[in-house]
Design a protein around this ligand. Structure first.
Ligand code: TYD
Ligand code: MG
Length: 455
């Protein structure tokens, strides 16, 4: 028969323990375990007499209908989603507080509503008046959105059940929602999971596009409810530095498409403006070459984006532990690159502070950035500017070799188009596209020689 067991769920990572502990064994957070609704453990014999039924299998090539996608009204949003919204799907929109999630969704909801579809926008964080004020400022007041400020999932679902199902339902945010059938305060793992489950079930049964807004913690995970990531079909992340105007919309998971395309927006007085051609966005527009600055042709999906990488090296006099600070790149990747530069190229960073910054609030995830970062570091260390009009890309191995990267041609072509004249990358016999000189490097040592000796 079914028997129940107590269980404790970590409110930070969703990890499950069967006894209470002061520290979560999964994420090492203190005092984060809370008792959760007991899990039911079945100990039945699995044969047909037990009341189960046979599951029908189907071949992979059975005829299926491709999902009919719907535009979000914003081309950049559509692009990041891999072509638009799929009815009956659930999207989790993650991002830091204040980054622009509510603005993006209000603009998209208004665009969809103006195309004649029925859109319901539930705000659990702001009063309806506040949302109306924002809509007025964005010039969206005339869009026929059904707006409510509510946090009770029971009331929301009762209301939705009494009307025609909308095309899109926005819940802003899932952490403020509350279900009275579940114990715990809003924002706890069990509440967030329970509310999401009820809303997702409604969306699937009625072919509604459900968008759940979720705030993200400092370390980049969608706060507490990491459990949500596997429940939804699409996980989007809205990123950027709050002090900069550019915002990048990325899919971290997508059951209906690839996750390599990004959407680029600028946050301006009149809301989010789409940037259709972002390739020069993250370059600072100066002509003088400076030491410690390298340009990297990054690739986001099929679009090249040129970004400037800035490094600053400060020699320390005393024996204090030197700082390493990184904005926009992975700090462990920087530690690895510094170690390779020290052990394979004989450079010494150990008594120097190293600061690395990706200009424009951009976050680099392309592994081909290694060589450009190395070029910026070596240029800063030697206090020699890199050759004017040069771009750098390539993955660096622990042995100090420059490895091949994807889409070499695309990177070179875009760089040439924007007026760059020298491309440095993995060793390969080829001519650059018209107007660009390509030089292949085999080892990181070649780069150091080139900057230190010839610059
Ligand atoms: P918001 O969408 O409320 O962020 P989130 O829902 O992710 O918490 O956006 C908040 C910020 O965006 C706010 O600090 C002000 C800025 N903003 C503009 O600069 N221009 C605008 O037109 C709007 C609506 C917001
Ligand atoms: Mg908001």
């Amino acid at each position: 028969m079914a028997k129940t067991k107590k269980r404790y769920v970590c409110q930070a990572c969703g990890g499950v323990s069967h006894r209470w502990q002061g520290q979560c064994p999964d994420c090492s957070e203190w005092n984060s375990l809370a008792e959760d609704a007991p899990a039911t453990v079945f100990s039945l014999r699995h044969d047909l007499s037990s009341g189960g039924r046979k599951v029908g299998f189907a071949p992979l090539n059975a005829p299926t209908q491709l999902p009919q996608r719907r535009s979000t009204g914003l081309a950049e949003f559509d692009r990041a989603l891999g072509g638009g919204l799929v009815p009956g799907s659930a999207i989790l929109m993650g991002g830091d507080p204040g980054i622009g999630k509510s603005t993006l969704l209000l603009q998209s909801a208004a665009a969809i509503a103006r195309m004649g579809a029925n859109v319901v926008y539930i705000s659990g964080e702001e009063a309806a008046g506040q949302v109306r004020l924002r809509a007025a400022r964005l010039g969206l007041s005339d869009a026929p959105i059904s707006l409510a400020s509510e946090t009770s999932v029971r009331d929301i679902l009762t209301t939705l059940g009494s009307m025609d199902a909308p095309t899109m339902l926005v819940i802003d945010s899932i952490q403020t929602m509350y279900s009275d059938t579940i114990e715990g305060a809003p924002g706890t793992v069990s509440q967030v999971r329970g509310c999401a489950l009820e809303l997702i079930r409604y969306a699937k049964e009625n072919g509604v596009v459900l968008v759940l807004v979720g705030h993200v913690t400092k370390d980049g995970t969608i706060a507490g409810p990491r459990v949500l990531e596997h429940m939804v079909d699409v996980v989007m992340s809205f990123e950027g530095e709050r002090s900069h105007q550019y915002r990048i919309l990325r899919a971290l998971k997508n059951r209906f498409g690839a996750v390599d395309e990004i959407g680029v927006f600028a946050m301006q007085g009149e809301g989010l403006v789409e940037i259709a051609n972002p390739s020069t966005l993250f370059l600072s527009g100066r002509d003088e070459p400076l030491a410690g600055s390298a340009v990297f042709p990054a690739l986001e999906g099929t679009r090249p984006v040129l970004v400037e990488i800035q490094a600053l090296i400060v020699r320390l006099q005393s024996g204090a532990t030197p700082r390493r600070a990184v904005v926009g790149w992975d700090s462990s990747r920087l530690a690895m690159l510094l170690a390779v530069l020290e052990s394979r190229c004989g450079l010494n960073f150990s008594s120097a502070e190293v600061y690395l910054n990706i200009a424009g609030g951009y976050r680099l995830s392309d592994p081909a950035a290694d060589l450009a970062v190395a070029a910026a570091l070596v240029s800063a260390l030697a206090d020699r500017p890199l050759p004017n009009g040069s771009v750098w890309f390539g993955e660096v191995s622990l042995a100090g070799e420059i490895r091949q990267v994807a889409h070499l041609d695309l990177r070179l072509k875009e760089s040439a188009k924007l007026g760059f004249v020298d491309g440095y990358g993995p060793s390969e016999k080829r001519a650059g596209p018209h107007g660009l000189q390509y030089q292949g490097l085999t080892r990181l040592m070649n780069l150091v020689d080139r900057i230190v000796a010839n610059a």
